[in-house]
Design a protein around this ligand. Structure first.
Ligand code: GUN
Length: 282
């Protein structure tokens, strides 16, 4: 069994980006918006800020009060859309209930949408003609590539069907020629389906959901879950201790997919900067 080290792979990706930025005549700029005081979101946003500093990006954080109106948030996004020094805009989800997430996501201009959540970017991913890849699924693909894991012809099972992870994950695996099955809370025979998988991506948000009896010998298991247990510790969607011995490769939580999500965000911001500079100089 090989433990896939997301910290190591993401450090390599971020170092490449930092080296590239040093030679560019322009600083990529990322604006991160957080509304309210969700503790998990706070941690993610702090990590994004640290990664920006490492890569030599301009990073701006907008911490808005939990009772900020949708109009105020949309107005801030419009201002950031018009800024030439900001190439990427990210609004940390989830948002407070009184704000319509869809309206916020579609307000971010597609060329600055470094999360790739906007309708335009989601559509481009579907047809395989993308400018940005969604951060977590692309981070998973980067990690599979780093460990030379062959995907073509493999049975891949994605457990979870969210717009942020499950659906785009399935699409990226499909683009890499896997035979993909997407399972979810209403799937009948989930155990049997998982047992046939060469690659399992668990993104269902339930602690230790994937147990050893669901995994065939030698499978690759990717754990996207970040769940907080009653004792306060973080655990994934996979029962790591019992599943790991059966696998050929497995990601830990923490230290697996999480850092890869941030590395992809940095990549997307760099690409956004390059594309916007090209468009400006045309
Ligand atoms: N909340 C959980 N994951 C993400 C993410 O990748 N991007 C944003 N904006 N919010 C999130």
């Amino acid at each position: 069994m090989i433990r896939m080290d997301g910290k190591e792979v993401s450090a390599a990706v971020k170092q490449q980006i930092a080296d590239r930025v040093k030679c560019m005549g322009i600083k990529p700029g990322l604006a991160v918006i957080i509304v309210g005081d969700d503790p998990a979101s706070r941690i993610y946003v702090n990590n994004k800020k640290k990664a920006c500093e490492f890569c030599g990006f301009l990073s701006e954080e907008y911490s808005l009060a939990g009772d900020t109106s949708e109009q105020e948030l949309l107005e801030l996004i419009r201002q950031l859309n018009d800024r030439e020094d900001i190439h990427g805009i990210l609004c940390q989800l989830p948002l407070p209930k009184h704000i319509d997430e869809k309206a916020v996501i579609s307000c971010i201009s597609p060329e600055k949408d470094v999360d790739a959540f906007n309708d335009v970017n989601v559509g481009k991913i579907m047809i395989g003609n993308y400018s940005f890849l969604p951060c977590t699924p692309a981070g998973v693909m980067e990690m599979l590539d780093y460990y030379n894991i062959d995907i073509t012809g493999k049975n891949a099972v994605v457990i979870g069907r969210s717009n942020i992870v499950g659906k785009p994950m399935a699409m990226l695996l499909l683009h890499s020629n896997a035979t993909v099955t997407v399972c979810h809370s209403r799937t009948v025979g989930l155990k049997e389906i998982c047992r046939r998988a060469d690659i399992i991506v668990a993104c269902i948000g339930k602690e230790k959901f994937v147990t050893a009896d669901m995994v065939k010998d030698g499978a690759v298991v990717i754990d996207v879950g970040i769940n907080r247990m009653e004792n306060g510790k973080i655990c994934g969607d996979v029962d790591y201790e019992n599943v790991a011995p059966k696998t050929s490769y497995i990601t830990p939580v923490p230290g697996g997919v999480g850092p890869m999500t941030i590395a992809t965000l940095m990549k997307n911001t760099l690409n956004a900067c390059i594309e916007q500079s090209k468009a400006k100089n045309k």
